[in-house]
Design a protein around this ligand. Structure first.
Ligand code: SF4
Ligand code: SF4
Length: 467
């Protein structure tokens, strides 16, 4: 064992001792709540009746056209406007560096190929999974499958796990979380047409014309309320885990590739789940990162976690290292209750995501607000302001198409071990002590990309779900 590992192991056991000591300092009531009857219940969070976010006044329905990704297709004032002179700067720089034999570490030919291929199903799936899927009963069946809402919830959750969900929950659809209008996915559809041509050997043009930049600017979708029937009021929300080791290689193509692999994988999951629901006799609208609404508040409502300072879902098992997707349906399903993890309290003392954000997009102070501070945010829910355009500009100007620092540096981003889950439970109580421990233990030191490629393939991902 290397000297560094021995030191880290020693520090970890010391830290665990400290954590357990802190556990003993809790009041008997709090400790009982935390420990319960044994180790298993100790690591469950309490279910609560009210979701752990604060709504102030009316909630604004967000127009997806204003999302930073959507703006890349129409907003000429942004450096990341795709068809402008600066569009995709970092991507073109990377190609040039490879061609001249001077690639940056983590951005060589092999790394770039992994990233570019990882988005395949993302593009093709976004093309296919962005509309209402009508019920399709097998021949001979005339009635939808009926059961109790409780059993229906159990059934769809098992189906979601069967199709690869890392976590799954259910909730009633709060239409405040739906976009007013969709936009982004229409662009993915047009981008996907070339890939369809390649993958399925189709004649170019068979799928219809590709939108011009001018047409993209003018694109106007119908109101989501006219697209999504009112009876579609239940949501199955799923999370796809992203590889911990890939996210240890922050600011590299391997990390970006993992982001897009998860986006691709969620399309696999939601299309299969939507089809399952159709065969059961119900309507399904699969959704991924492009909507028709905001996945994170739906995930909070479904008891999958809370939103952090970084604007991401913080999940009990995977922290912010999850991609959110799911299916909206009219199948009667029992909703889950939200959970209370105390994330907001810990975020107030932590701030590591803001400290390590290379673009300065995450707020460093503790003033959360329900106002729409930036054009990319909606109003009504109290949260830390987040400048998504600044973030997206950093990606496209410096890091090809993504960045994972706000996932990598978050103390909730840990392998799924009992020790780390215990530490997450203690986080709101330990506060700044845990932040100091996080730095001292060296969890945040990024690893080199070559060591990711050199891992034993047969012991690889999803490692954390095995623990
Ligand atoms: S993705 Fe990177 S640039 Fe964007 S908010 Fe997170 S850390 Fe900052
Ligand atoms: S890094 Fe810290 S402040 Fe940021 S989301 Fe994670 S816990 Fe909250």
């Amino acid at each position: 064992m290397s000297k560094k590992l021995s030191r880290r192991s020693f520090l970890k056991s010391t830290a665990l001792t400290g954590a357990l000591t802190s556990l003993l300092t809790l009041t008997p009531g709090a400790r009982e709540k935390l420990i319960g009857d044994g180790a298993a219940s100790a690591l469950e969070y309490p279910r609560v009746d009210k979701p752990p976010y604060e709504v102030e006044g009316e909630v604004g329905r967000f127009d997806n056209r204003n999302n930073a990704h959507s703006r890349g297709y129409w907003d000429e004032s942004q450096s990341f406007y795709m068809f402008g002179p600066q569009g995709m700067t970092a991507f073109h720089d990377t190609l040039r560096n490879i061609a001249t034999g001077t690639p940056k570490p983590g951005f060589d030919h092999r790394d770039l190929s992994l990233f570019m291929s990882s988005a395949l199903m993302f593009k093709i799936g976004s093309f296919a999974a962005s509309h209402l899927w009508e019920p399709e009963l097998p021949p001979g069946l005339t009635q939808p499958y009926t059961t109790t809402p409780e059993e229906a919830a159990q059934t769809v959750k098992m189906a979601a796990k069967h199709f690869g969900a890392s976590v799954v929950g259910t909730c009633k659809l709060n239409r405040d979380w739906l976009y007013s209008h969709r936009y982004h996915v229409e662009n993915w559809k047009t981008d996907a047409k070339d890939l369809f041509t390649k993958v399925f050997g189709l004649e170019k043009g068979l799928l219809g014309p590709v939108m011009t930049p001018e047409e993209r600017k003018k694109l106007q979708m119908p109101h989501v309320d006219d697209e999504l029937p009112q009876e579609m009021n239940n949501v199955i929300v799923c999370g796809i885990e992203m590889d911990y080791e890939a996210y240890q290689r922050t600011l590299s193509c391997v990390e970006i590739a993992e982001t897009y692999r998860a986006y691709s994988f969620d399309k696999f999951l939601i299309m299969h789940l939507a089809l399952f629901i159709n065969y059961m006799g119900y309507r399904a609208w699969p959704f991924g990162s492009y909507g028709p609404g905001l996945g994170i508040p739906m995930a909070v409502d479904a008891g999958l976690g809370e939103m952090g300072r970084n604007g991401l879902l913080i999940n009990p098992d995977f922290g912010p290292r999850l991609r959110i997707c799911g299916v909206i349906t009219d199948m009667p399903i029992q909703p889950d209750k939200p959970i209370d993890m105390g994330v907001t309290k810990f975020c107030e003392t932590c701030g590591l995501c803001a400290e390590n954000c290379p673009s300065g997009s995450i707020s460093k102070d503790n003033n959360r607000t329900s106002e729409a501070v930036y054009s990319t945010t909606n109003y009504g829910v109290k949260k830390w302001p987040f400048d998504a355009c600044k973030c997206k500009a950093y990606w496209d100007d410096h890091n090809i198409s993504a960045c994972g620092n706000c996932v990598h540096y978050c103390p909730y981003n840990k392998p799924k071990t009992e020790m780390h889950k215990l530490a997450a439970h203690l986080a709101p109580t330990l506060g700044s002590t845990l932040v100091k421990m996080e730095k001292m233990l060296g969890y945040s030191e990024p690893k080199d990309v070559a060591s990711w490629w050199a891992q034993d393939p047969n012991k690889f991902f999803p490692r954390s779900t095995k623990k």
